[in-house]
Design a protein around this ligand. Structure first.
Ligand SMILES: Nc1ncnc2c1ncn2[C@@H]1O[C@H](COP(=O)(O)OP(=O)(O)OP(=O)(O)O)[C@@H](O)[C@H]1O
Length: 452
């Protein structure tokens, strides 16, 4: 855990220096100020002190005034009142006004250390709870599926959750790789511990290493305080590395060692710190191609991919669009606080035939947008798909690396599912519309893995 950052305020220079020495030796990061006004200037410029220790009786601004100012401007910062024996009553009054504790200057300094240890524990629990809350608040998902390929992926995820092995999640952007990672974590023995996502894209190469490994104060320009990295913070829990294909080669080498030894050292330190994390990774790029092009290390690939789970794009499980649509519609109504009483029939048809290049994320965003635009409880398409088409996202537009056969199969599969939905599962009727025999229809259903 990082050092607590303290501000000491006292106009008695000798006592200030003595306390500074004691606390610095105990490993605290200490700043001193000789008056209340000077202290507030430090607070305003640094803004991230964990605790202020202030004398009560000072010329100019008193300790009580400092306390009130801190509590109104920096409510997260705790205040410990330092006082001489004669003014205990005022110190007690300070506690009523929000001080964390008070210390009588003639007593054993051990008392101050105990108060600071308590603050440290509270801060640690708060940060852990915040991370856990963040992890759980986005944890809900719609994992029911009629698609055999998606159900198989889920089944593999559940089996992987029962073990502690490294899992690599593959799939296009927006298919739900992070949703799967959370699902694995929540079904694993580590479910009570932290789930920590890191997106390699979000950081520059140099920042990424410090994000993963942490750093000591002064390890590089700008590192003004010590920082715990994600590998260390994920101890006992699960670390989810998204976009792993984007890792720079230097970080890949370092990571390989970390995965093998389960030890890290912060940048600027040689001390090895053990950490027991479970690693889940994801990418929407071909890592095998990366290996061929020498942008991804083969040894790291084998380390992170004990189990590989491939999540199909939404266009290959379009039978799930109605389920997902209902799920997101319900959610959007709750969040946006609008009630939808009717969905335009034409809209459902269009949604169903659209290929969703942005996958589940795009479906979710589309539904949210339509709920916002809805009037009188009616959900209409508002020309959204025409706009998408004119912007180049033509309905059913295949990606350029697909063969004609693949394009034909995707289109056929979607069309068959749409007609089954239209005929409420009446297969003879479906065969008639498609102008094929019932036997040919059954063959197609088997070929495309469509549930009847
Ligand atoms: N099965 C699902 N149930 C509910 N929401 C889902 C589901 N799958 C995806 N989503 C939603 O779609 C969005 C994208 O999901 P997620 O971030 O997991 O995708 P991803 O594959 O990791 O994307 P990227 O590669 O861009 O990081 C999120 O808002 C997520 O909540």
């Amino acid at each position: 855990m990082r050092k607590l950052k303290l501000l000491l305020i006292d106009d008695e220079a000798d006592f200030l220096e003595l306390l500074r020495l004691i606390l610095t030796r105990k490993g605290y990061d200490v700043t001193t100020a000789s008056s209340g006004a000077d202290g507030l200037r430090h607070l305003q410029s640094a803004r991230d002190f964990d605790a202020v220790l202030t004398d009560l009786l000072m010329d100019g601004m008193t300790g009580l005034e400092v306390l009130n100012q801190v509590k109104s401007d920096f409510p997260q910062t705790e205040v410990i009142i330092l006082t001489a024996y004669g003014s205990i009553e005022t110190a007690v009054e300070a506690m009523k006004q929000g001080a964390f504790s008070y210390y009588i200057k003639s007593n054993d300094p051990e008392e101050i250390l105990m108060s600071l240890e308590k603050i440290k524990k509270i801060l640690f629990l708060e940060s852990k709870n915040a991370a856990l809350h963040e992890a759980q608040s986005t944890g809900s998902a719609m994992l029911e599926s009629r698609s055999p390929a998606f159900r198989q992926a889920l089944d593999h995820a559940l089996k992987a959750a029962a073990t502690d092995v490294n899992v690599l999640l593959l799939g296009e952007s927006g298919v739900g790789k992070e949703v799967f990672a959370r699902f694995i974590h929540e079904n694993s023995a580590r479910c009570q511990e932290i789930f920590l996502p890191v997106n390699s894209y979000a950081f520059s190469d140099s920042m990424l290493e410090s994000e993963l490994y942490g750093h000591e104060k002064g390890a590089f320009t700008g590192s003004t305080s010590q920082r715990t990295g994600r590998f260390e913070a994920a101890d006992k829990g699960t670390l989810f590395l998204d976009e792993i294909g984007e890792l720079p080669l230097s970080t890949q080498i370092k990571m390989l060692r970390t995965i093998e030894t389960r030890e890290i050292s912060r940048i600027g330190s040689n001390t090895l710190i053990p950490t027991d994390f479970r690693l889940l990774s994801a990418t929407n790029r071909s890592l095998l191609e990366g290996i061929r092009e020498k942008t991804f290390r083969e040894d790291l690939y084998y380390r992170i991919s004990t189990i590989i789970i491939e999540i199909p794009p939404l266009r290959e499980r379009s039978e799930d669009i109605p389920l997902l649509f209902d799920y997101f519609l319900e959610k959007a109504q709750r969040e946006i606080k609008k009630t939808i009483t009717r969905v335009d029939e034409g809209l459902k048809e269009k949604l169903f035939r659209y290929t969703f290049p942005g996958n589940v994320r795009e479906l979710k965003n589309t539904v949210e947008r339509l709920v916002v635009l809805s009037e009188d409880g009616v959900l209409k398409d508002h020309g959204l798909f025409e706009k998408a088409a004119s912007a180049g996202m033509v309905l059913n537009r295949p990606s350029v690396d697909q063969s004609l056969r693949q394009v034909r199969q995707t289109a056929e599969r979607q069309h068959i599912i749409a007609v089954i939905e239209h005929c409420s599962g009446d297969l003879p009727n479906v065969a008639e519309i498609l102008e094929i025999s019932l036997r040919q229809l059954y063959n197609k259903l088997n070929e495309y893995g469509i549930q009847k």
